[in-house]
Design a protein around this ligand. Structure first.
Ligand code: HEM
Length: 433
């Protein structure tokens, strides 16, 4: 892969030690040092280049305003230029070879499309994901929230992430797409292998120049086969679920391609639960460490909407998405050239001292909270209102039944450069009688 930063020589370079961490999944798992690195970058080098071994150089965008400026100009900063998330050169080569030999167009999704095609595909489902669209689901998903919390009954300690918070949004997505409950564990496993191919606990693949590629691709192809069968089924026997809406969508009078329907399912199915599960669990983690914040929301449930915004800001489960500049552009005094690759660092933007008062404090009642964890602009999270509604229902049930919560061991973050979050949250708790 050619250099993605055409002026890589003259642009300011991020010190090697930090650059190495920005491309290292382990650093995301450990997190604290990386958080310090981002704080330093925002202050000293808010827009600069990572030139790390094995990676084409790319810009790192750490400031909130810069991510917004890029996000609001999709005609200048494309999703469809290079890869949508950072991958190393060996991985890129592997992807190209697999696609050449496998012949399946597995890489095109909402996230890699640009205008005008992107909006036409987004419009297929957008009605289901508006605040009004998701409100209709509220009643039917409340029992799922109660059922997830039921897993806490009869114990005093639990891995909250795996036993409770993963389960609820996954069951909501299954319901929405019209997939059987029996596929729950399989979809959870596939999503984890797909998003976290370099986490030793979640995918088990380590080391090697194309680390992660095999695990990621194996998951991708398993997803493909599973969803291609659903596309065929919903075309033959349409129902009123979201899978039928996508399978039978037409553009210019033609059914969308099988690969586009499959990738649509895959984006909704994966993006639709993992991030929400992590944001919910990270909020519980923060509350377990801050009994005064727990007490505040327990006493006043009208704080739940602001708790949710703070949960997404605090967690920022999506570590980055990439954009490719289509034109030369001046940003924060730096010269970006057409073809340059840019990493939008959402967790950094969500700690930007110029935007957030005391950004390193978790405040359940933070106001204002313009968090950017759902992204910004044309590709802003399609499921953001669903995520907010789900988390709202979940926390209403949670605060009704949970009297107190504390950590019962070490919480663990995922070792992943792109979609992160947590993989373990041991808590001790008391439920109401
Ligand atoms: C707390 C939960 C969530 C977070 C933090 C989150 C975050 C994000 C981010 C950062 C993006 C990319 C934005 C950009 O590139 O500008 C995105 C896109 C997307 N998200 Fe979410 N998401 C969440 C929940 C969901 C849910 C519940 C769904 C369910 C359908 C979903 C579906 C999507 C889809 C389909 C896209 C691609 C949109 C496009 O490219 O047009 N997400 N999300």
């Amino acid at each position: 892969m050619a250099s993605r930063v055409s002026n890589a020589i003259s642009a300011p370079h991020i010190p090697d030690e930090i650059a190495t961490r920005i491309v290292d999944p382990k650093a995301y798992g450990e997190w604290n040092q990386l958080e310090k690195d981002f704080t330093w970058l925002r202050r000293e080098m808010p827009l600069a280049v990572v030139d790390a071994e094995g990676y084409a150089p790319f810009w790192v965008v750490t400031k909130f305003d810069d991510i917004q400026e890029i996000g609001r100009q999709p005609k200048l900063f494309a999703n469809n230029g290079a890869y949508k998330t950072l991958i190393n050169q060996d991985f890129a080569k592997h992807v190209e070879e697999v696609e050449k030999n496998g012949g399946r167009a597995v890489n095109r999704s909402l996230l890699t499309m640009d205008a005008p095609v992107h909006m036409r595909y987004r419009l297929i489902t957008v009605g289901q994901f508006t605040p009004k669209g998701v409100k209709k689901l509220e009643k039917s998903i409340r029992p799922l929230a109660r059922e997830a919390i039921d897993a806490m009954v009869g114990h005093t300690e639990i891995d909250f992430l795996n036993a409770v918070s993963h389960r609820f949004p996954l069951r909501v997505i299954l319901k929405l797409l019209g997939l059987p409950r029996s596929d729950e564990d399989m979809l959870l496993d596939l999503t984890q292998r797909f998003f976290n191919p370099r986490d030793p606990d979640l995918a088990g693949e380590q080391g090697g120049p194309s680390a992660g590629a095999t695990s990621n691709h194996a998951a991708l192809f398993e997803f493909y086969d599973y969803f291609a069968a659903i596309v065929a089924d919903r075309r033959a026997n349409p129902t009123n679920d979201l899978a039928s809406v996508i399978a039978n969508a037409t553009i210019d009078g033609e059914l969308i391609a099988e690969a586009d329907a499959v990738n649509y399912y895959m984006t909704v199915a994966t993006a639709g639960h993992d991030t929400t599960a992590s944001s919910t669990a990270c909020a519980v983690w923060a509350l377990a460490e801050r009994p005064e914040e727990f007490a505040k929301v327990k006493a006043d449930r009208s704080l739940i909407p602001s708790l949710i915004e703070e949960a997404v800001r605090w967690t920022s489960p999506v570590n980055h998405f990439m954009r490719t500049a289509l034109v030369d552009y001046e940003l924060r005094g730096q010269h970006i050239h057409a073809g340059d690759w840019l990493m939008l660092c959402y967790p950094s933007a969500n700690r930007d001292e110029d935007i957030f008062d005391s950004p390193f404090e978790f405040r359940a009642d933070r106001k204002p909270n313009p968090q950017i964890g759902f992204g910004f602009g044309a590709h802003v999270c399609l499921g953001q209102h669903l995520a907010r509604m789900e988390m709202g229902v979940f926390f209403e049930e949670f605060f009704t039944r949970v009297e107190s919560v504390e950590l019962a061991g070490e919480a663990k973050r995922i070792e992943s450069i792109a979609v992160g979050g947590i993989k373990r949250l041991p808590i001790r708790y008391k439920l109401s009688d």
